[in-house]
Design a binder for this molecule. Structure first.
Ligand SMILES: [Ca+2]
Ligand SMILES: [Ca+2]
Ligand SMILES: [Ca+2]
Ligand SMILES: [Ca+2]
Length: 383
């Protein structure tokens, strides 16, 4: 980690809308929660509404709260250590295990291979977690609706809906587990999409929504022209989206007790890990990228395929390219993202990022924060 990478923290503060300031370049304010008062079940997550205490810590300890304090909050049940925000929803128990406000909501499966992702479509694999819904699907009484959007097109005008009759999707019982597979087709190639599934029952005069599939979107990509670079782009993105899912299920990033923050990506516990997240995923297909730990190392790696001219950035940007960002708008690069799509109408960039609010996150970035673009070339790919 170098000085440049350290400023990923600045991004964090911006994202949180925090008015904290640095006491010096080498320290930062860290919000921590008293365990005795706010984490009574000892699951490592302070209760909702917990009041933080600010500590001035060395940058080298940026995520380490003092003894007796925890960094994570949002526990919706501080009397049960099995319930907290960074875990998977447990099916069929009528409890909101992951504190997202919904009980036994359906959840999306992610795979680093995608689910039959082709140039014009992909499958969405949904785990049914609710007993009543499962019974109704098995009885063939339920329709599914997919809301989807190609990233880069306006949410308002370009989202589309499809209603699929009960015979039009696959439903498979594997022991207790029940998976529903839906296919989205007739899509554009070489594009990133997000989709949401909900289930509906047709009554005499109206359609009743049985259970929304959570508020979360499922993110994936169609494939490109099947050339080597387009294949690599798809696979790098599918890897990154799998990590996005791992964040939501409490396996990486903040809140994880499995591989916290960026440790999975080669960062140390207290290190800013935006660049590591990019290079770790890119390394699935790119040679010699290693676990690049800062923006300067990534800029060197892309060499003459690095563009700073804004017109060229917009023109060249393709899925899974590297975006160098300047999130405090001071003319210096301080953060790393992976390019997903460009929204021309809004002049904004869709990205997937490590260490965004200490998490793996999908963001829509104002163009003024875009510093440069590392464009993937065939010569950089593994054989
Ligand atoms: Ca707790
Ligand atoms: Ca709890
Ligand atoms: Ca839930
Ligand atoms: Ca549950």
């Amino acid at each position: 980690m170098d000085i440049k990478t350290q400023s990923c923290v600045v991004l964090l503060l911006l994202l949180l809308g925090s008015n904290l300031t640095f006491a010096s370049a080498l320290t930062k304010n860290l919000k921590c929660y008293n365990i005795k008062s706010f984490d009574r079940d000892g699951d490592g997550y302070a209760a909702r509404g917990a009041i933080p205490k600010s500590f001035n810590v060395l940058i080298a300890n940026r995520y380490s709260c003092p003894k007796g304090y925890v960094i994570s909050k949002g526990d919706c049940n501080d009397k049960n250590k099995e319930i907290h925000p960074y875990r998977s929803e447990v099916p069929f128990n009528k409890k909101d295990d992951n504190c997202n406000g919904e009980k036994d909501e359906t959840s999306y499966a992610y795979s680093t291979n995608g689910f039959n992702n082709s140039q014009n479509g992909f499958n969405i694999s949904v785990a049914i977690n609710d007993k009543i819904l499962k019974a109704q699907i098995i009885a063939g009484k339920i329709s599914a609706k997919i809301t989807y959007q190609k990233l880069g097109l306006s949410e308002k005008h370009q989202s589309e809906l499809i209603l699929i009759g009960p015979d039009a999707f696959e439903s498979e019982v594997r022991g207790e587990e029940h998976l529903v597979t839906l296919r989205l087709a007739n899509l554009q190639s070489d594009s990133v999409y997000r989709a949401r599934v909900s289930f509906h029952k047709q009554l005499a005069r109206r359609t009743k929504t049985i259970r929304p599939a959570g508020k979360n979107w499922y993110y994936t990509t169609t494939r490109g022209d099947l050339g080597k670079v387009d294949q690599a782009r798809s696979e790098i993105l599918l890897s990154a989206f799998k990590e996005y899912s791992n964040q939501q299920n409490g396996l990486v990033g903040q809140g994880s007790r499995v591989q916290p923050f960026g440790t999975k990506y080669g960062a140390t516990y207290n290190e800013a890990w935006c660049s590591e997240f990019y290079s770790w995923n890119a390394a699935t297909r790119m040679k010699k990228i290693g676990k690049k730990s800062n923006t300067s190392a990534l800029k060197r790696y892309f060499g003459k395929n690095f563009y700073q001219d804004y017109g060229l950035i917009v023109e060249k940007a393709e899925r899974a390219d590297w975006l160098a960002m300047d999130t405090n708008d001071n003319g210096k690069k301080n953060h790393t993202g992976m390019f997903l799509a460009y929204d021309q109408a809004q002049d904004k960039f869709w990205t997937i990022e490590g260490n965004s609010g200490k998490r793996v996150a999908i963001n829509k970035r104002n163009s003024k924060y875009i510093y440069g673009l590392g464009h993937i070339k065939k010569s950089q790919l593994k054989k």
